[in-house]
Every structure is written in structure tokens, then in C-alpha cells.
Design a protein around this ligand. Sequence first.
Ligand SMILES: [Mg+2]
Length: 248
Amino acid sequence: MNQTASSFILPSSSLRILLWDIDGTLIRSVRPDSFKDYTIPMLEEVFGTAGRLPEMRVSGMTDLQIVGEALRDEGFTHEHIRARVNEVRDRYMTAMRGITGNGSEHFQLLPGVRETLTALAHHSRYQSALMTGNIEPAAHLKMELVELSEFFTLPGAFGDESHDRRDLPALAAGRIREHLQLDLAPEQFIVIGDTPNDIDCARHFGARALIVATSRMYSVEDLLAYQPDALLPDLSDVNAVIETLARL
Ligand SMILES: [Mg+2]
């Protein structure tokens, strides 16, 4: 037997789809809250005000949800914001590219991320997609800047698609089922994130949740209170990640 593990054809019921959050899970900004450097000017350009964004602390929210919360007291509804989502996306990317430039010094990889993604790429049981609160072009730009794009081979779901993160797993799963031409069950999807909202959206869909305690906002104790299916301090122990995923 000269076959390697990855050359076996596994039944589709063995497949696990990993739905990856970005901020706090794969990367973090070097400076806390630096997203405000490009989000505030975008809101001022599109809506004439950034509302209460300067005072907000956000984590695990979709970008549309952040805009909605920031502008709620200014009289803008989710419908107003959705109607201008293309303008939001364009201005956001112009502002973000202006701040982040072509370098990666704006974002740092969290421990073990590249090693974990590399190891998982060699396991035929796993395939990966992005499922993030970031608007789609911002998610792709961040992955380009930290050179992780190659690992996310499946279509995902993004923060310009809903103000409610709980909508994202079903959107991603629909696209992935179509892409792979497989009838995958909800429990074959594993959300990997760093906040209670990641756990909540996994539950809402019927997926599993693996949580890493690398958020700037939540402690291990905070996260355990939401009863994730598994929790790791970070992704630095690749064997622990693989063993944990094997149980889910
Ligand atoms: Mg996150």
C-alpha cells in the first residue's frame, strides 16, 4: 500500500467543511480598533455621519450589523443601509486600501494559523471556506495581505450579505453543496471562530463550533459560558487542533 491518506476516496458523509472566521481567529489588527480608521471616513462619506461608531466596541458582528448599530440613532434602518450596500462596499474598500497599503504590517497572523491550515490542506476529511463578518472584498484583501488566500478553496459567506451573522452558515452551505455537488448535512460543517456570535450562528444552522480564545474581548471563561463544542486557547498546537476536529 503506497497510498497516502489524501489519495483515499472518502464517503461524502466523512467530509467536514470548516467555516473560518477571520478577525480574532486567523488574524488580528496590529492596533486594536484600527478598522475605525477606514470605517469612520466611509460612513461619513456615504451617510454624512459615523453615528456612534467612534465609541463602539465590536467583535463577532457583520460589517452591515456594525453600520446598522452605528447609525441606528441617526434614523437609518437596515433597509436604508442595504439600499446603499454597493456604495458602502466601494467606499469602504477605497478607504481600507488607503490605510493598509500593499503591506501586511497592518494585520498579524495569530499563532499556528499557517501551520494549521497547511496541515489541514493535507487531510482529505477537511475543506475550508471563509465565513466572516467582513464585507467580501475586505475579507479577500486581508487574506491576500497575510498570504492565506490559497487555503480557502470553497465559496463562503460574508458580512455584506446580512446584518445577522446567523444567516451566514446557510448561505455558505448552500454555495458549498452546489459547488461540490454533495448533499452535506448541517453537522458536517464546523464553524471556527472567536466570539459568542460564532457559536450562536453555528447553533442556529446545526453546525459544530470550535472556538479559539484569541479574541481581544472574551476570556476562556466568557466563551465557555456559551458552550462551544470545543475550545482551544489558540491554534498553535497543530496536533491538538487536528485531534479536536477529529472529534467533531
Ligand atoms: Mg472574529
